[in-house]
Design a protein around this ligand. Sequence first.
Ligand code: URA
Length: 234
Amino acid sequence: MVEKEKNQNDIIDQELINSFGIDYIFENKPINRIKSKPTIENTNSKLNDLKEKISSINNCDLKNNGKQIVFSDGNSKSPVMIVGEGPGQREDELGKPFVGDAGQLLNKMLTAINLKRGSVYITNVVNYRPPNNRKPELAEINRYSEFLREHISIIDPKILILMGSTAMESLFGSKIKISKERGVWKELIINNKTYLTMITFHPAYLLRQADQKKYSWADLKEIRKKIDELKLKI
Ligand code: URA
């Protein structure tokens, strides 16, 4: 009689499986522990879903006031994401953030540190123009901050720039003062992920308070330094 060649591992595995006494199915596939990078299609489809979700919001004075949603502008694969407050008249008309006077200044600020507007990603805390351009109320900021957090997770930036107190409050709470918090790197945690964040003055504020531009310039230089340090492709 020819003795059947036995594989030692098979015997042990079979004994082990039998000892469980149930029909386990073992997958023969290795576990993928390395997260693959999201594709641009993936990111854009998540952005579309988020935009849809915001568009279907109910009982919102902002939505009732605005002509259309103002969602974002720029490059969704950018390592730099900028968050402003909310759309003004021009933004409401064109459906794009930062296209009025504050937007013109933002473009100049970016140029000053050698960044093109089209190479960053821009959005706002609220996505509809507030009546009479008033500041969004705390309840509105809180309601939209859920969307903003999701927006940040989708874009997954290496550097997050919060322009003005509304952007700061939506993510860090309302008990702090922008004059104290601006200009230093902070860590913002969303879904277990840490985002390097810089709070800085809003361009609309700088248009009213030109003497504050020196602080804004210091912050911009810090941002440029970090982009270079991290060797970000932008
Ligand atoms: N101010 C903002 O905060 N966002 C805009 O889009 C325009 C002006």
